[in-house]
Design a protein around this ligand. Structure first.
Ligand code: AMP
Ligand code: ZN
Length: 665
């Protein structure tokens, strides 16, 4: 097969797998196989730039940076929707319509997805561009960002599409992805995003499309716009869009009468919580396109469609107490402890109050009866106080001035919403939190050591910081509660093995404020070693792409701190990777991504430590004991027979040193 044909074949295969996974939700190959094929394609395309294709599946990883989004006029305007909030509103609309259309009207009922509206243009079956709604007449071109969203087809299936058309939809961030994103932000000492909708629309305007690629956005389509679409009803057009490979939610349904519309609304008002993303209502559309044309548009919205907004579920309950949590970075979060109450199918006991401003704005006081709402967010929020029920003797909330954990006077920086406990070295949740972060999966990923054990080790005065981990001996940890011989051994081994973790992950693990995974990688690329990084000035730092003033200052502050300096020199002495060689940079790959590999025995060509490093370098995970999660056992000389039996029992592939080296090329 010619190279060009091979490239084309891989592209088509990957488009198909992508569709199976993200649109049908029925993958037919493993993530690993998918990645391998993608990598193969990337390699071929790199070697043959003449066959470059802007709609290749490799383009989804992003990388393009847009400083200013171009404003583009929509081929046809993007309208808004009229809203209704009651049955009567809808009935009125129905009778207005029936006066114009003198035969029974059918409706398409769809959910109103709550995200950012988007218009996608396709030309000759290929994705051409994406525009935000903007003012309805013109929007911002966000093509390179939207291209990274896997549910947006880059090439259409079938043949019967018009040569050019628009399709409109909504880009949403499903709850799960939203929660994950926020957990990462909190972990990095940043304020969590308020809700999935704003986060989705914010994502479309990120300058770096590689950042967008990391957000699990989903594009849901609801409207075809253009000539010669070959359909006569809205339901048919949804069917068509589906056939071309678009993600059209299957909840869309035909209603033959207004009563069926109400039944649909009632059903989804109750069941929308089971959906993986946020919806805020139902959109009812006249199904027949001929009828739609007769009805036409007002200046702002089509007369043939009406949104029905769900009421957010709300309850009132008593706020018993406001408590304050101290995070790893010292950030204080006020928490409302509520009289338990049922809301949208769950018992709510706590709600975040965000910060001092929020408490002041809503004038929330202990003992108040408050309104709690669960909109799309998973975490309920307090939206207001029932002032009629307020005790006349109650006093305004006085925000704490000292840390609830260590008593230090709190600080609040100019322009920041959160209060901080500055006692980084002496405040228990900060001490424990920093070590927990250091050992976490994306940092040092220490096998056999969990968050609970870290807290225990600190409480028992066995460690005070992460450098102390490397001084631990089996005898130290054995007396701990629930620590058996075997687990103590695993823990020490896990700590030892973490010395092979690459520099970028160590740097992330240090817990420098605002230095998340991506920033850590960027810094490692730019500065190569901790010594160079530690002596960099704010100016040096901001000269690096993507590093702003705030990150730069935080890095400089970190390395000026005497305690940090001492810790880092200790880590250096213990043999952790605190620099990266050019060679290592070049040798990085993802060939072993998602693979868990155990090594055992003695090797000829490389040392055990080198093997561990190779696994890390190529994106794999090295663990010490075999389980059903293990993918490969690299077997050297003198490997114990029990290891082999265990591997065979779990169906783990056993490979030699040479075979392993071949795998990573
Ligand atoms: P609004 O922003 O309240 O004027 O509502 C109009 C917006 O609802 C449109 O711009 C769409 O982005 C969005 N929308 C969400 N789901 C649908 C749907 N199924 N059909 C039409 N519009 C929808
Ligand atoms: Zn404190």
């Amino acid at each position: 097969m010619s190279i060009q044909k091979h490239i084309k074949k891989l592209q088509e295969e990957l488009h198909e797998h992508n569709y199976n996974y993200y649109v049908l939700d029925l993958p037919t190959i493993s993530d690993y196989e998918f990645d391998m094929k993608l990598k193969e394609l990337q390699k071929l395309e790199d070697a043959h730039p003449e066959f470059q294709d802007p709609n290749s599946p490799t383009m989804r990883v992003g990388g393009e940076v847009t400083k200013n989004f171009k404003t583009v006029v929509h081929d046809s305007p993007m309208y808004s929707l009229s809203n209704s909030y009651s049955r009567e509103d809808l009935e009125d609309w129905h009778s207005r319509i029936q006066k114009i259309i003198e035969e029974p009207v059918e409706f398409s009922c769809e959910l109103k997805y709550d995200g950012a509206s988007i218009s996608l243009t396709y030309e000759d079956g290929k994705f051409l561009r994406a525009l935000t709604r903007g003012d309805g007449t013109q929007g911002d071109e966000v093509t390179s960002n939207v291209k990274t969203i896997p549910s947006v087809p880059l090439k259409l299936k079938g043949q019967d599409f018009p040569s050019r058309f628009d399709i409109r939809g909504e880009i949403v961030l499903p709850y799960e992805g939203f929660a994950k994103l926020n957990a990462e932000r909190v972990e990095q000492g940043e304020e969590p995003y308020a809700n999935p909708r704003n986060t989705a629309s914010g994502s479309l305007k990120l300058q770096d499309s590689a950042e967008v690629a990391k957000r699990p956005l989903l594009c849901l389509l609801y409207n075809l716009t253009g000539d010669k679409l070959g359909v006569s009803t809205q339901m048919e057009s949804l069917e068509k869009a589906r056939a071309w490979g678009f993600h059209v939610p299957k909840q869309a349904k035909l209603a033959k009468s207004i009563d069926e519309v109400f039944a649909y609304i009632n059903y989804w008002d109750e069941h929308r919580r089971d959906l993986p993303y946020e919806t805020d209502g139902v959109v009812v559309k006249v199904n027949n396109l001929q009828h739609q044309e007769e009805l036409g548009y007002t200046a702002k919205s089509p007369r043939w469609a009406m949104a029905y907004k769900f009421k957010a579920e709300q309850v009132s309950t008593t706020l018993n107490q406001i408590t304050y949590q101290v995070g790893r970075t010292g950030a204080i979060t006020p928490v409302a402890n509520l009289e338990p109450v049922q809301l949208a199918g769950t018992t709510v006991k706590r709600a975040s109050l965000h910060n001092a401003d929020q408490i002041e704005k809503l004038d929330i006081r202990e003992g108040d009866v408050v309104f709690v709402e669960k909109g799309g967010e998973i975490i309920p929020k307090i939206i207001g106080v029932d002032f009629q029920k307020r005790n006349p003797q109650s006093q305004p909330t006085h925000y704490i001035e000292t840390c609830p954990e260590c008593g230090t006077v709190l600080q609040r920086k100019e322009g920041e919403a959160l209060h901080f406990c500055p006692n980084a070295e002496g405040c228990p949740p900060q001490i424990i939190g920093r070590i927990q972060h250091f050992i976490s999966r994306k940092a040092m990923d220490i096998e056999g050591l969990g968050g609970e054990t870290v807290a225990l080790l600190v409480r028992e005065n066995l460690i005070e910081d992460y450098a102390d981990l490397y001084t631990l001996k089996k005898e130290d940890v054995l007396p701990l509660e629930r620590m058996a011989e075997k687990s103590a051994e695993n823990l020490i081994q896990g700590i030892e093995a973490s010395k092979a973790i690459p520099f970028e992950r160590v740097l992330f693990g240090l817990g420098i404020r605002y230095v998340g995974e991506t920033v850590a990688k960027t810094l490692v690329k730019a500065f190569k070693s901790i010594d160079v990084l530690a002596s960099a000035s704010v100016e040096d730092l901001v000269n690096v792409d993507e590093i702003g003033e705030r990150i730069a200052q935080s890095v400089v502050d970190f390395f000026q701190d005497e305690d940090n300096k001492e810790r880092i020199s200790r880590l250096q002495n213990y043999g952790l990777n605190l620099e990266v060689s050019e060679e290592e940079m070049e040798n990085q790959s993802q060939k072993l991504a998602n693979l868990t590999i155990v090594i055992s025995g003695v090797f000829e060509k490389v040392s055990r430590k080198e093997l561990q490093q190779l696994i890390e370098q190529h994106g794999g995970k090295n663990t010490s004991s075999i389980s059903k999660k293990t993918d490969y056992l690299v077997a050297g000389d003198n490997m114990g027979p029990s290891k082999r039996t265990k591997a065979e029992n779990f169906g783990v592939k056993i490979i030699s040193e040479d075979e392993f080296l071949e795998m990573i090329g």
